[in-house]
Design a protein around this ligand. Structure first.
Ligand SMILES: [Zn+2]
Length: 458
């Protein structure tokens, strides 16, 4: 509804009514879903990803509610990691975009696969407490929650450093620099899998990702950057080898990117989904045509994500507003880290914790931004985000504030309201927290179905 509303200058009134209706319906559903958010984040979270992959290659891996659904005799796993593809977006793509199916191939792939025995889209995982790429990818590839890895969002913080360095983007920290923020880097789960060939394909520009973060995720394994991103799936097929156990990891960032720039649930974004659908249909046909031998029940494709996206349209708060509110009170102004739908407050005098908490809560209420706000010693923080007694360098934020509905945080300036139509994440809405964990086993029957459907292959 974001960019559509912005563009619909003539019919704004109608759009507003529609927007209010959608918002109201969403609120009813979300009030129910909200009770499950923390449960998923505790029990069925992103640490399950590495366990599932290990389980697929090794039946001896301990069974959990999630891993017990996996076949454990796989020769090959292709893990397609779609950045910013939440469960509601999956539902939107597979059920809501029927009119947008590809004209060339005539199917919506996910819709077509639903109901087949080889396809399981029933598993849903909870993203990290702060639904940010840095934290979520770290959890996926180390199998550890932020409370262990110290990567709590995409920003890392060390209060003992000078103002310029205090806060850094975990993905951009120069080589060797990460330890200043998180201490010893956690180890990738890939180091715990033996006798398997790894192929890591990342559809990001290599200059954007520094080796320290990449090394943490993938260890010493070679990472192949695919540019342009759309060629990712073609490259997966080329990477497949026979007669060897193989794990292919394929990272696709476009859903996250376009969601940030143009809105996550807009008609513009639906074209991004149509493109993904086309790429996936082509991918399946490419496999059927050129790798027929892997349709033997021993190859599984996983489609999953790090976090979902939320669509926001008008409400926002600036760092400046918060700072001013603190200045007007007698409280010491905290150090604030802004990550579009999440606010982290550091360096609060702990004697002032309650008062600072009330001040932030009150200000967000005044701005009409629904949120969940935690103090450093709240049980959920200790379980999912940070330990209470960390050394000063890695100290936890004193207050964490996550947006649960409309709203974003912007660092400094007041911005033009017409530009406030876009998707974001970092907050705690069900759209951001719940991600799909879909498995598709390639079998002979699936091969028959595919080639039968697309008879030109036959
Ligand atoms: Zn992401």
């Amino acid at each position: 509804m974001g960019i559509d509303r912005y563009l619909a200058t003539s019919g704004l009134k109608d759009i507003k009514i529609l927007h209010d209706m959608v918002t109201e319906t969403r609120k009813i559903c979300n009030d129910k879903l909200n009770n499950y958010i923390n449960i998923y984040q505790e029990k069925w979270n992103l640490t399950s990803v590495s366990l599932c992959i290990k389980k697929m290659f090794n039946p001896k891996i301990y069974d959990s509610a999630v891993t017990s659904c996996m076949y454990s005799d796989q020769q090959r796993v292709i893990y397609v990691l779609l950045d910013g593809f939440g469960y509601s977006q999956y539902l939107w793509l597979s059920n809501g975009l029927k009119e947008r199916k590809s004209t060339t191939f005539g199917i919506n792939l996910f819709e077509w696969l639903q109901g087949k025995d080889e396809y399981n889209d029933k598993l849903i995982l909870g993203s990290t407490l702060i639904t940010d790429t840095g934290a979520a990818l770290t959890t996926i590839f180390t199998g550890l929650l932020p409370v262990e890895t110290r990567v709590i969002s995409s920003k890392v913080y060390n209060g003992t450093l000078n103002d310029k360095e205090k806060i850094a983007d975990v993905k951009r920290v120069a080589e060797g620099g990460l330890s200043r923020y998180i201490g010893k880097k956690p180890e990738t789960f890939l180091n715990h899998i033996k006798d398997i060939q790894f192929n890591i394909l990342s559809a990001t520009k290599s200059s954007k990702v520094t080796s320290d973060f990449t090394k943490m995720l993938y260890g010493d394994n070679n990472v192949v950057n695919i540019d342009p991103s759309d060629r990712l799936f073609k490259n997966i097929v080329k990477t497949i080898v026979n007669n060897k156990k193989q794990l292919i990891i394929a990272y696709y960032p476009l859903i996250d990117h376009s969601g940030h720039t143009i809105g996550s649930f807009t008609s513009f974004e639906s074209y991004e989904y149509e493109k993904l659908n086309l790429l996936l249909v082509e991918f399946m046909l490419d496999l059927a045509k050129n790798k027929k031998e892997i349709f033997d029940g021993k190859t599984t494709i996983i489609f999953s994500a790090d976090h979902g996206m939320f669509e926001t349209s008008s409400k926002y708060i600036t760092k400046k507003e918060i700072k001013e509110e603190f200045e007007h009170s007698k409280l010491k102004s905290p150090y604030i880290s802004v990550s579009n739908r999440c606010l982290l407050f550091y360096d609060i005098n702990r004697m002032d914790l309650e008062e600072s908490y009330s001040l932030i809560k009150g200000l967000l209420e005044k701005k009409g931004i629904p949120n969940r706000i935690y103090r450093y010693n709240d049980p959920i923080i200790e379980k999912l985000l940070c330990k209470k007694n960390e050394p000063i360098d890695y100290r936890a934020p004193d207050i964490v504030c996550l947006f649960s509905d409309e709203g974003i945080a912007v660092p400094f300036k007041d911005i033009d309201e017409t530009m406030l139509h876009y998707g974001g994440h970092g907050g705690c809405s069900s759209e951001e927290v719940f991600v799909p964990f879909i498995t598709l086993r390639l079998t002979e029957r699936l091969y028959e179905d595919l080639t039968g459907y697309f008879s030109k292959l036959g």
